[in-house]
Ligand binder design. Structure first.
Ligand code: AMP
Length: 356
């Protein structure tokens, strides 16, 4: 089988590597930045099935994908749903998943309506193409509305009620064509300036009840869309609940630990699912795991080389401010050992962001 993946960044590459042992599957990556209509059509026609490493696929490319809709996994319906924060939230709610209260904003007047409905503060976001906290504005006073509309408006926005969360976690699952669903153990995710810096498994003190809620959420959203492939749900943890923030219809940075840390990685199960195969065990092989991103010019440090059970992944990219250049995975027999290893790699994490 020939599987074509739209996008040739690190996610596409890790997807390809994850299935390298299956010689009957040929993986082809398409560089979306080098798009032209003819080469894309050829790519879509030449491959038996099509998947993608990113939901940030421009509308003209999505409409071209419609010509081969039946061989796109996850489906175009899922892709389109999660490309827009409003259709995404509606789909989550329709599947019985809690989200922040929200209000669609298409004008300055709508922002004032949102303040009436949601109270303050509210988070304003562009409905499409936002990532790593870009295209966002925190509205603290009604008088901020004009500035918010000027800065990110003049296009469709979503206003979200502020969720007073304890921390951010994510749940990643995979659904096969036969409806089988497997869910990886959850991580706690620590961001800085909108970018994920590290993920921890297990999340300290995370209850079995909350793990069960998250698993139910993944099952509900994946089943409601007849989803095939790996899917990620980013969540806010509150005192007694989990509130869905956003969905990525793909493998996710907070699941990179699963390459060394889980019986089957998020990448491999995605590839198994989208090629119509059975998916396999997602359990963690270790009592504790961490994943630290290597951002911009910090570079993978030599520290990783003389530390046992530490795996350095370099994406072979040139350093640019705030760019993800690689990640380091740590596996450990317990959380103390994990945390002391993280402390040795503290140089990869901005000052004050590693708090243990
Ligand atoms: P997002 O791009 O939706 O992941 O948002 C980026 C970050 O902004 C999140 O990781 C949160 O830290 C924060 N944030 C987003 N939406 C909300 C919300 N409704 N309430 C509180 N914080 C939020």
């Amino acid at each position: 089988m020939k599987l074509g993946i739209l996008g040739n960044g690190q996610l596409g590459q890790m997807l390809e590597t994850s299935i390298a042992d299956q010689s009957d599957i040929t993986v082809n990556l398409y560089d979306l930045r080098a798009f032209d209509e003819t080469s894309l059509q050829q790519f879509l026609n030449d491959n038996d099935r099509i998947s993608y490493e990113t939901e940030n696929i421009p509308a003209h490319i999505v409409s071209q994908m419609e010509s081969v809709e039946e061989k796109v996994f996850p489906s175009l319906k899922a892709l389109k749903t999660f490309q827009n924060r409003i259709t995404e939230k509606n789909a989550l709610r329709a599947a019985g998943i809690d989200t922040a209260e929200f209000h669609a904003v298409n004008s300055l007047a709508d922002i004032h309506d949102a303040v009436q409905k949601l109270g303050l503060p509210i988070i304003m976001k562009t409905t499409t193409e936002g990532y790593d906290g870009k295209g966002q504005f925190v509205l603290r006073e009604p008088s901020d509305a004009t500035a918010a509309w000027a800065e990110i408006g003049n296009r469709e926005l979503i206003a979200e009620a502020f969720v007073p969360f304890i921390r951010e976690v994510s749940v990643i699952g995979c659904r096969a064509e036969n409806g089988d669903i497997k869910v990886w153990p959850m991580t706690e995710n620590i961001h800085h300036e909108g970018i994920l810096r590290y993920s921890l498994y297990p999340a300290h003190g995370f209850s079995a009840e909350k793990q069960a809620i998250a698993e139910r959420y993944i099952e509900q959203i994946a089943t409601s869309l007849d989803y095939v492939g790996t899917i990620t749900l980013e969540l806010f943890e509150t005192e007694d609940n989990l509130i869905a923030n956003e969905v990525a219809p793909r493998v996710h940075n907070s699941g990179h630990w699963s390459i060394e840390g889980a019986v089957t990685s998020q990448f491999r199960n995605h590839m198994l699912a989208v090629t119509g195969q059975a998916i396999t065990d997602t359990a963690s092989k270790f009592a504790a795991v961490a994943m630290i991103n290597v951002i911009s010019d910090e570079g993978p440090t030599a520290a990783g080389e003389d530390m046992s059970e530490t795996y350095v992944h370099s994406y072979g990219k040139e350093a640019r401010p705030a760019r993800k250049l690689g990640h380091v995975t740590i596996t450990a027999a317990n959380t103390d050992e994990r945390d002391s290893k993280i402390s040795q790699l503290e140089g990869l994490i901005p000052t004050g962001v590693w708090t243990k």
